[in-house]
Design a protein around this ligand. Structure first.
Ligand code: SDX
Length: 371
């Protein structure tokens, strides 16, 4: 069995946090609530409130929070102009990163204590509008109307993407996916956002940092890469042969493996897999996905499916374009990033580790003419 490469702070405890437990033997929990319970019983807005404020909301708190999120969907004219000038063939993650950064310039945050929760809600509300304003402006020449009867982020995104209200199952699958992607302890994008917050930078900058890090295929971009892998096979036989070839060539299969989870797997995966099966279990896409998983279980049991692998087929069954998969990850993980930004600020110490020097020994300067 191959050993884990060293480096990348693998196995290093880089600080304390009271938000989430990952792979510590008691599963994945957000502020003490198991992901299984949250995915089964909660809406994404309840989980977002839990992460942002530390407790599940009561009915009145939830209603008020949803009203604020709905109001936060509106797009300033200046931001619309910027989105119209982002090229049609830009990567949607660049649209989200630019939109977040631009909003920080248009609606700046001056005082964290009094404004951070307002900015977090503003970003949670506006992210679907940012992506879909750019989408419709360039794809069909229309300007998104952010008014909607949908009172959740899941419903609003799907309705504005497809131009019709989603079915109950489709809307619920979106809620579950947003819940599963919301928070995951010191993953790369969250830790980067904390580093940004630890310098006393603003919320928009810290969230923009998270987006930039999440974009990478080793992290958030894996769901898009997994879809492209699944789509590259015409059938089960070709998929099985293809996976063995990838392993033989020592290449990576996207959607497999995890820094923290080993053979016991990523607890999010069976949940999103069950939704993928519910929505598309009889399709070739799902059958090819399961065939790939089966080969990996046999050949690389230490590389289980992570949250991204079956999220790919689930999003396909929600009729979401592949390069919008990771932007949806942003719409969800903004809640986790926000929780960590607030936690960092509440007891801040600049995050600045040291490196082990492995360069050349000290030496004398050589003048240009003598080199
Ligand atoms: C996310 O951290 C989080 O919590 C992230 C996340 C979250 O919610 O925030 O869970 C979201 O990012 C999930 C991961 C998404 N990424 C992918 O699916 C990309 C594919 N996976 C790999 O890149 C990899 O598994 C990582 C990056 C996820 C983890 O890699 P590690 O911990 O650095 O382990 P490694 O690269 O050192 O791999 C150890 C061995 C190596 O073989 P050897 O060189 O020792 O022979 O396992 C192999 C790797 O080549 N390996 C894989 C593999 N993942 C690891 N081989 C084939 N396919 C893979 N996917």
């Amino acid at each position: 069995m191959s050993s884990k490469k060293t480096g990348g702070l693998a196995g290093v405890v880089a600080g304390e946090s009271a938000i989430c437990t990952v792979g510590q033997g008691n599963g994945l929990n957000y502020r003490g609530y198991s992901i299984e319970d949250l995915a089964k019983y909660a809406t994404f807005e309840e989980v977002a409130f839990l992460l942002q404020f530390g407790e599940l909301p009561n009915k009145i708190e939830l209603q008020e929070y949803k009203e604020k999120l709905t109001k936060a969907r509106s797009l300033p004219e200046k931001l619309k102009n910027i989105l119209e000038n982002i090229p049609k063939n830009a990567h949607p993650m660049d649209v989200m990163r630019t939109g977040c950064s631009a909003l920080g310039a248009i609606e700046p945050e001056f005082n964290f204590q009094s404004e951070q929760d307002r900015v977090i809600i503003r970003l949670l509300g506006i992210f679907p509008s940012i992506l879909l304003y750019w989408h419709h402006f360039h794809k069909d020449g229309t300007k998104l109307d952010t008014n909607s009867d949908e009172d959740t982020i899941a419903g609003y995104f799907l309705e504005k993407l497809h131009g019709k209200s989603p079915s109950q199952d489709v809307r619920r699958c979106m809620h579950v996916s947003l819940i599963l992607y919301a928070e995951h302890e010191f993953n790369a994008s969250t830790f980067a956002a904390r580093i940004c917050a630890s310098t006393l930078s603003d919320t928009y900058s810290a969230i923009t940092t998270g987006i930039s890090v999440l974009r990478g295929p080793l992290h958030g971009g894996a769901n898009e890469a997994a879809m492209k892998l699944i789509d590259s096979f015409d059938g089960i036989d070709e998929a099985v042969k293809g996976v063995y070839k990838i392993l033989e060539d020592k290449k990576l299969l996207m959607g497999f493996g995890h820094r923290v989870y080993g053979e016991d797997g990523d607890p999010r995966s069976p949940i999103i897999k069950s939704w993928s099966k519910k929505l598309g279990g009889d399709t070739d896409t799902f059958k090819i996905s399961e065939a790939i998983e089966k080969v990996m279980k046999k050949e690389k049991p230490q590389l289980p499916t992570n949250a991204d692998f079956f999220s790919a087929s689930a999003y396909r069954f929600l009729d979401i374009p592949t390069d919008y998969f990771t932007p949806i990850f942003i719409m969800s993980r903004t809640t986790g990033w926000a929780a960590h930004i607030k936690e960092q600020r509440a007891n801040n110490k600049l995050i600045r580790p040291s490196s082990q020097y492995i360069g050349v020994e000290n030496r004398n300067y050589i003048k240009l003419g003598d080199r």
